[in-house]
Design a protein around this ligand. Structure first.
Ligand code: BES
Ligand code: MN
Ligand code: ZN
Length: 489
C-alpha cells in the first residue's frame, strides 16, 4: 500500500474523525461546498458521530459523481489516548475494505487542542499498514487488500511524521512475518540471514557466529539447549551507534530466539507445541526494533543480541536432572528442558554485558505460559530491578499502546530458584512461574538496570486484534524503539 501525506487529494473516499464537542462544519471543511452541505444534512449530529468506535458512512451522489464519506468517532478529547485512535483506524480500515475503496483520504481536521496533526498522521499511517497486514504467502488463493493507497490530508506538512509511521509499521510487520514463518522454514540460520538483510537495508551492523565461536565464548548453557537440534545455533549480534560521543552509553537488547521449542526431553504435548514457532518472538522484536532505530536514528547507542537455536530431541540432548554450566560461571540444575529460554537468555545477557559493554539491559522473551495465565494476551509481563527504568517503559508503552504490567521481584521469590546441588535451578515450580523465570534471568544482569519483558501472551495470538490478524503481533518493535527514543540524550 502506498501512504502519502498531502494537502490535496483525488480520492473519492473521505474519512474524518469526530470528537465530542467538535464541529461538523469544521471537520468536513476539505469537501467542496455541495458535498459538504449534502454530508452535513445527511449525517447525524456530533454527539452520535463522536461516540468512541462509531463508524458512520454515507454515500453522496453529487454533480461530479459519487463520493463516500466515513466519520469515525473518537469520543471525549479529555480522555483521549493514542491507542484509541489506533483501534478506531482499525475499524475504519474494515469499513474502507467493505466499501471497496481503493484510494482513501483521511482528513486531519477538527483535531482538539494538544493533539498534533503530526502525531495523528504518524499513528494513522502506522495503523493502516498494520491493519492491512496478512500472512498469506503459503495460500495459493490470496484475498488481496482492496485499499492500495492512503492520502493523509492536513493543512500543515506532516510528511516527516507520516514517513516515520510507515517505518514503524514496516518494521513491526517484519517482526510479524518472522514470527509467522513456520519453524521448518525459519531455522536459526534463516533468522540470522533475515537479521543480516535487515541490517543491510536499514543500516545497522550484524555479526553472526556459529557453534565453534559460541563454544569459544563459553556460552555453555546456550549450547546445551541447542545440542539436540540438527540446525546449528547462531549467535546474532547487531549494533547501532547513534551517540558516538558517548560510546560507553550502550543500551543492550536481548531477544529470546528459539526458532522452535519442542520442550526437549521434557516434551510438550502436541497442543503445546503447535504454535512454538512463535518462540523467537523476542528475537523478532529486537531485530525489528534495530531496523526502526537504524532508520529513525535516535541519538543513542544500541546493541542487540539473539542466541538463536532450536530446542529439540536426540540422543545427545540435555536432560532433566543434569547440572550444566553457564557463561557467567553459575551452575544450573535442569528441572525441565522446557525451561530453555532462560538458559539462552542467561548467556546472551552475560555476553552483552561482558563483550558488548551494555550499561543497561532489556530482554524480551516468550518465556512462560504462566504469563498468559496471569495477563492473557493483553499485557506484557515485566520484571525489573530498576523502578525508574520501568517508568520509562510505561511512558513508551502509553505512546505505542503495547500494554505492560509489572510483577513483583521480592527476594522471597528468589528462594524458589535456588538448588541444593547447583547455584540455580531452571524451574521455580508452577507457582509464580513468570516471576521466578524473570528473576532467574535477573541473576545474570550483574546489577545493571534491567527490564525483563515476558511476551508469551502478547507476541502471538490465534485471535485477531483491532489492527492485527491472528498470528504474530510484532509486539515489542515499536515499544523498544520508543524506549530507546526516550533514553536519547
Ligand atoms: N516457550 C515456552 C513458553 C511459552 C508458552 C511461550 C506458551 C508462548 C506460549 C517456554 O520455553 C516454556 O516452555 N516454559 C515453560 C516453563 C516451565 C517448564 C517452568 C512453561 O511455561 O510451561
Ligand atoms: Mn520451553
Ligand atoms: Zn520456549
Amino acid at each position: 500500500m502506498q501512504i502519502r501525506s498531502t494537502q490535496q487529494t483525488d480520492a473519492r473516499s473521505h474519512s474524518f474523525f469526530a470528537f465530542s464537542g467538535g464541529s461538523l462544519e469544521e471537520i468536513l471543511a476539505p469537501l467542496g461546498a455541495e458535498q459538504r452541505q449534502l454530508a452535513a444534512s445527511n449525517l447525524p449530529d456530533m454527539d452520535a458521530l463522536s461516540k468512541v468506535g462509531e463508524i458512520t458512512s454515507l454515500s453522496l451522489a453529487t454533480a461530479d459523481g459519487s463520493v463516500q464519506v466515513v466519520v469515525a468517532g473518537l469520543g471525549d478529547p479529555a480522555d483521549f489516548q493514542w491507542e484509541r485512535l489506533r483501534k478506531v483506524v482499525g475499524k475504519a480500515f474494515k469499513e474502507w475494505e467493505r466499501l471497496k475503496s481503493t484510494l482513501v483520504a483521511v482528513h486531519l481536521t477538527g483535531l482538539p487542542e494538544g493533539l498534533a496533526a503530526t502525531d495523528a498522521a504518524r499513528t494513522v499511517a502506522e495503523t493502516t499498514l498494520l491493519a492491512a497486514y496478512r500472512f498469506d504467502k503459503y495460500l495459493s488463493e490470496k484475498k488481496p487488500v482492496v485499499v492500495d493507497a492512503l492520502d493523509i490530508v492536513a493543512v500543515e506538512d506532516v510528511s516527516g511524521a507520516t514517513a516515520d509511521g510507515v517505518v514503524l509499521a514496516e518494521t513491526t510487520i517484519f517482526a510479524r512475518d518472522l514470527v509467522n514463518e513456520p519453524a521448518n522454514v525459519l531455522s536459526p540460520a534463516k533468522l540470522a540471514e533475515a537479521a543480516e538483510e535487515a541490517g543491510k537495508s536499514y543500516g545497522f551492523a550484524v555479526e553472526v557466529s556459529g557453534r565453534e565461536r559460541i563454544a569459544e565464548l563459553g556460552m555453555k548453557a546456550y549450547l546445551e539447549v541447542s545440542r539436540a537440534s540438527a540446525n546449528e545455533p547462531k549467535l546474532i549480534v547487531m549494533r547501532y551507534q547513534g551517540a558516538p560521543d558517548r560510546p560507553e552509553d550502550i543500551i543492550g537488547l536481548v531477544g529470546k530466539g528459539l526458532t522452535y521449542d519442542s520442550g526437549g526431553l521434557s516434551i510438550k504435548p502436541n497442543d503445546g507445541m503447535l504454535f512454538m514457532k512463535c518462540d523467537m518472538g523476542g528475537a523478532a522484536a529486537v531485530i525489528g526494533a534495530m531496523a526502526a532505530i537504524a532508520k529513525l536514528k535516535p541519538k543513542a547507542n544500541v546493541t542487540a543480541v539473539v542466541a538463536a537455536c532450536e530446542n529439540m530431541i536426540a540422543g545427545n540432548a540435555y536432560r532433566p536432572g543434569d547440572i550444566i554450566q553457564s557463561m557467567a560461571g553459575k551452575s544450573i540444575f535442569i528441572g525441565s528442558t522446557d525451561a530453555e529460554g532462560r538458559l539462552t537468555l542467561a548467556d546472551a545477557i552475560t555476553y552483552i554485558i561482558e563483550h558488548e559493554k551494555a550499561a543497561k539491559v532489556v530482554d524480551v522473551a516468550t518465556l512462560t505460559g504462566a504469563a498468559i495465565i496471569a495477563l492473557g494476551h493483553i499485557s506484557t509481563a515485566v520484571v525489573t530491578n530498576d523502578q525508574d527504568f520501568y517508568k520509562q517503559l510505561e511512558t513508551a508503552s502509553q505512546v505505542t499502546g503495547e500494554k505492560v504490567w509489572q510483577l513483583p521481584n521480592f527476594d522471597e521469590y528468589k528462594e524458589l530458584i535456588k538448588h541444593k546441588t547447583a547455584d540455580l535451578t531452571n524451574t521455580g515450580g508452577r507457582a509464580a512461574g513468570t516471576v521466578t523465570a524473570g528473576l532467574f534471568v535477573g541473576e545474570f544482569v550483574q546489577k545493571k538496570p534491567w527490564l525483563h519483558l515476558d511476551i508469551a501472551g502478547t507476541a502471538f495470538s490465534d485471535k485477531a486484534g483491532e489492527y492485527a490478524p491472528a498470528g504474530g503481533k510484532g509486539v515489542g518493535v515499536r515499544l523498544l524503539y520508543q524506549l530507546v527514543k526516550l533514553l536519547e540524550q
